[in-house]
Design a protein around this ligand. Structure first.
Ligand SMILES: Nc1nc2c(ncn2[C@@H]2O[C@H](COP(=O)(O)OP(=O)(O)O)[C@@H](O)[C@H]2O)c(=O)[nH]1
Ligand SMILES: [Mg+2]
Length: 448
């Protein structure tokens, strides 16, 4: 029964041919809209989250609008044919000579078009670091195709050069470049074919390096061209060989090791072997589902983060304001202290002048001058020096304790408040609407 269900789903998927496909993942159009709008909420020039986050020193990258599937494997393992099967169009050349292979990105576009390496980097700015690997850009291209088969609207494939051992020299450091691409990709499809090269050392080494760097769940193994693997006994032997080889590498050897036996229905010879190629499409569906949920959850998290940071910045500014008041008071206090002794000394030495001007000595003079006279005259220079030193010390103290911190301007404070209101109001409402649209595809209306 479950098999007939999956067949029904598969025929729905591959027979879509024009209309929007709705199945376990929901509607491609709705999911595409959700990812595009999430991307726009981050990336728009005016008040995208990525720009607003900079105000509060948070670095956010816009989420991607599609997932990326990297295909790696031996030469002639059926990678390009797999892409053609998925998109139901002959876009990738099959059976090409190993020397002519580069990296090809296959993605949905308005019409059929091929882009060069530089145009590719322009279209996918996130791939810009690829330029630092010698020889990559001139061997990089993009194939745009208007196919609407399966989930192609939500997937970008990266087809890579076939891997071989021996003296083959690649136009670029294929091991490092594939590793870099794998780290960026959402899924890595590893293709092993039964014809001789299943255990290519280079393929295993690259996969082991990738296993070291990315979550093991993101690597999916396939025995491709299974129709060519002979009878059931031969196929079991090939599967066993691949499993043994894979499990030799600690980074790939995990529990629940699974390898799907697939063949391309359009290329294969008649065979009684079970074809699990739909598992590949389902794995892509699942990755899209995870990406959708992750993107919506990240949106909520980022809105909260920005709003919290705005409030923290405003609160920190208010605290700086209070600290500045204290600092100003201390400055005043120590400045006054610095003036007290010099002023008293000035009053003492000004007594003759005061008497001349007023005709009498003031009570202040009468009080201070006897105290001053008690000081031996021969040490008066020490007294002046001491008073000057104390005054200087108090001035230095005033400067040190009276430092004020830079505060936000009124406009900056207002802007932070606006940003917080925007992310918790408008963006949060958008997120709720998108989440509802996402859930409505699978949850009954009555459950809302
Ligand atoms: N019998 C059979 N041939 C296949 C299958 N998939 C691909 N091919 C053929 O195998 C050759 C190499 O395939 P290709 O996709 O170019 O391999 P790549 O080097 O991994 O990209 C081509 O001639 C394909 O038509 C399959 O499942 N079964
Ligand atoms: Mg190929």
């Amino acid at each position: 029964n479950s098999k007939s269900n999956s067949n029904a789903a598969a025929s729905k998927r591959s027979g879509g041919g024009g209309s929007d496909i709705v199945d376990s993942l929901g509607s491609t159009a709705t999911n595409e809209r959700i990812l595009k709008e999430c991307h726009h909420l981050y990336a728009n020039e005016e008040n995208g989250l990525a720009k607003l986050a900079q105000l509060v020193n948070v670095k956010l990258l816009p989420p991607r609008k599609k997932i990326t599937v990297l295909l790696i494997g031996n030469h002639s393992a059926g990678k390009s044919a797999f892409i053609n099967w998925y998109i139901e169009k002959q876009i990738q050349k099959e059976g090409v000579a190993i020397e002519t292979q580069g990296i090809t990105i296959v993605t949905q576009g308005k019409r059929r078009e091929s882009l060069s390496g530089n145009a590719t980097l322009h279209l996918f700015p996130q791939l810009a670091p690829l330029a630092k690997f010698d020889g990559v850009v001139s061997n990089l291209s993009t194939e745009l195709c208007d196919s609407i088969a399966k989930r192609f609207a939500l997937v970008t494939f990266i087809d890579t050069p076939g891997l071989v051992d021996g003296s083959m020299s690649y136009a670029f450091d294929v091991n490092r470049v594939l590793l870099w691409l794998a780290v960026q990709a959402d899924l890595v499809f590893a293709f092993f074919d039964p014809i001789g090269q299943a255990l290519c050392k280079r393929t295993m080494q690259i996969l082991a390096d990738i296993g070291d760097r990315i979550d093991r769940d993101r690597i999916v193994f396939f025995l491709s061209k299974a129709d060519e693997s002979g009878d059931e006994t031969d196929r079991q032997r090939v599967l066993m060989q691949i499993t043994q080889e894979v499990c030799k590498w600690p980074s790939l050897n995990r529990t629940c090791f699974d390898i799907h036996t697939i063949y391309n229905p359009n290329r294969a010879k008649p065979t009684r072997c079970v074809n699990q190629i739909d598992e590949a499409a389902k794995t892509i569906d699942k990755a899209i589902q995870m990406t959708l949920q992750h993107t919506l959850n990240a949106l909520e998290h980022d809105c909260k983060l920005i709003s919290r940071r705005c409030h923290e910045d405003i609160a920190a500014d208010a605290a700086r304001g209070r600290a500045n008041c204290g600092a100003r008071f201390r400055f005043l206090l120590f400045s006054l202290l610095a003036l007290v002794l010099p002023v008293l000394l000035a009053i003492c030495v000004s007594q003759p002048v005061a008497i001349q001007l007023l005709g009498y000595s003031t009570p202040l003079h009468d009080f201070l001058v006897p105290l001053y006279r008690r000081f031996p005259a021969e040490y008066s220079s020490h007294l002046f020096g001491g008073v000057a030193a104390v005054a200087l010390f108090c001035f230095v103290l005033a400067r040190l304790c009276g430092r004020t911190a830079k505060r936000l301007t009124r406009a900056e404070r207002r802007r932070l408040g606006q940003v917080s209101d925007h992310v918790t109001g408008f963006v949060e409402a958008q997120r709720k609407e998108l989440y509802t649209a996402y859930l409505k595809q699978s949850v009954k209306d009555s459950d809302f």
